[in-house]
Ligand binder design. Structure first.
Ligand code: SF4
Length: 504
């Protein structure tokens, strides 16, 4: 029987592997943890950003109200996403822009490559766009003979070093100044050999390199932070001014936008323009906020294309709880406060969406093919401490989503894993007090295994899954029941103490 597929594909296409790594999180994290330079760079950078954020958030009396407003606007937007996207399309088209709908990454890349080819250009300048990193647009352009130049300083560092971004906001957060100097000296044409690692000198070198590209490029490619449906206005916020140049100097502008970036009105945009800079760079306001609406004759790009990218987002939207992941405004606050991210960095997550939000978004975008799918390990990349929820400017309940995805993963097991067997055994032991009391007798064996060092470092399968990653403390000499009995006597029949309940 032939099947006909209608509507959106259920999961993302990932032609260049940017939503999935090549190994599971525990394996990748193990390597990252061994890199002391990486941990130093990450620790320094995240500590600095955290302190800046805390200071500027503390200045806002109604920060919690702002967060709740952001949460409500996002929930409302997701509830009527199709209608808002159609409104956005109508407004952009009415103002001289062209709107393209891309079901997945491959279609989005094909649309952009064809548009660039249509201009005859063989070079494009880009301003940081998570959406085009997700689709692997640079690789698709390269295959079509078009050179793409990243113009955000951190993106430029990543591109020149043939690396991958590891943070939303600071894609080269894993590099320090000395490493950046080495990269520039090695990869940047015409750079001054006397370049030092002084930040100002590094920025000047990048500026000189990029200025030539800005002035000659016929095509600019951008992402977008927000798109206002009521007027068809798009907005990019940034700190370096490279975005402003990309958005205004080329003849043709192509913007690739994940469909979740739409907001209904300008008053909704106002809320996010307060939440985003404080949560991301720790600034009261970002230095550059560019907005544009269609095409203005004689001013800026004379041809404007907007590519609306689904790539699995419809799948995420279909989940009543999981759709919260689409509320994300990519501020990176959850990354900066996450103790797991701080120690492993972004590459360990495999996907270009790292950290707590990446751990819940990437598996939903790609879908999980089975327990061996590397993205199946991402919901476990968290201690569930809750810091991500506290920091999130739109109150995404990431810990809840992580637990929910873990539960779904367990429910989907076709054969029991070591953890399943262990949990089943514990469930049996804890079902009745009599069994529990019997199981307590095994604690003495645990003390023997722990020996003088007082901890158990290796257990046989299936418990080896635990001791491979961490030690178990030696069981105490005395159980709680024994302690209670010793200090309170047998009070169970009066109801004043814990029931030993053999007869329960
Ligand atoms: S989940 Fe929240 S805190 Fe994390 S990047 Fe998105 S908006 Fe920021």
């Amino acid at each position: 029987m032939t099947t006909v597929q209608l509507g959106m594909p259920t999961v993302a296409s990932d032609p260049h592997g940017h939503l999935r790594g090549t190994e599971s999180f525990p394996k990748a994290a193990h390597k990252a943890l061994a890199d002391t330079q990486l941990r130093r760079n990450l620790g320094h950078a995240t500590r600095t950003i955290r302190a800046k954020r805390a200071a500027v958030v503390g200045e806002v009396d109604d920060w919690e109200e702002l967060r709740r407003a952001g949460e409500s606007i996002k929930a409302d937007t997701m509830a009527r996403l199709p209608e808002l996207l159609v409104q956005l399309e109508e407004q952009v088209t009415a103002r001289g822009g062209h709107v393209h709908w891309a079901r997945d990454a491959e279609e989005a890349n094909r649309i952009v490559v064809d548009l660039v080819r249509g201009t005859g250009a063989d070079e494009v300048v880009k301003v940081k766009s998570m959406a085009t990193q997700e689709t692997g647009l640079n690789e698709a352009l390269e295959a079509a003979g078009v050179a793409a130049f990243e113009t955000d300083l951190a993106e430029l560092i990543v591109q020149l070093s043939h690396d991958r971004p590891s943070h939303f906001l600071v894609p080269a957060i894993h590099r320090n100044r000395a490493e950046i100097r080495e990269i520039f000296l090695r990869e940047m044409p015409g750079v001054d050999p006397a370049l030092t690692d002084e930040p100002r000198r590094l920025a000047m070198a990048a500026r000189a390199h990029l200025r030539r590209k800005f002035l000659t490029a016929k095509v600019g490619i951008s992402g977008v932070n927000f798109a206002v449906a009521e007027t068809g206005t798009l907005s990019v916020v940034e700190s370096e001014g490279n975005g402003r140049m990309c958005l205004t100097l080329p003849d043709t502008l192509i913007t690739v936008m994940g469909v979740e970036k739409v907001v209904p009105t300008w008053s909704d945009l106002e809320v996010f323009l307060q939440l985003l800079p404080r949560s991301s760079t720790g600034e009261r306001m970002n230095p550059y906020t560019s907005t544009w609406t269609g095409v203005t004759p004689g001013d800026g790009p004379q041809t404007f294309h907007l590519v609306l990218l689904d790539n699995g987002r419809s799948n995420v939207l279909a989940s009543p709880d999981g759709r919260q992941a689409l509320h994300c405004i990519r501020c990176s606050a959850c990354l900066n406060v996450c103790p797991v991210y701080e120690r492993t960095g972004g590459h360990a997550y495999g996907s270009i969406y790292p950290g707590p939000i990446g751990a819940v978004l990437s598996p939903q975008l790609t879908g999980i093919s089975g327990p061996d799918d590397v993205n199946a390990s991402l919901p476990y990349a968290s201690s569930l401490c809750g810091a991500c929820f506290d920091a999130c400017p739109v109150r995404i309940d990431i810990p809840h989503l992580l637990v929910q995805q873990r539960a779904e993963a367990v429910a989907a097991h076709t054969r029991p894993t070591a953890q399943d067997l262990t949990m089943q055994a514990m469930a049996i032991a804890m079902t009745t007090p009599a069994r529990f009391k019997f199981a307590e007798k095994a604690l003495g064996l645990g003390r023997v295994l722990a020996g003088r060092k007082g901890r158990i470092t290796g257990l046989p399968w299936p418990m080896s899954g635990w001791t491979n990653a961490r030690d178990l403390p030696a069981p105490p000499q005395e159980t709680f029941r024994q302690w209670w009995s010793r200090t309170h006597g047998d009070t169970q029949r009066s109801g004043a103490g814990p029931s030993t309940g053999e007869d329960a």
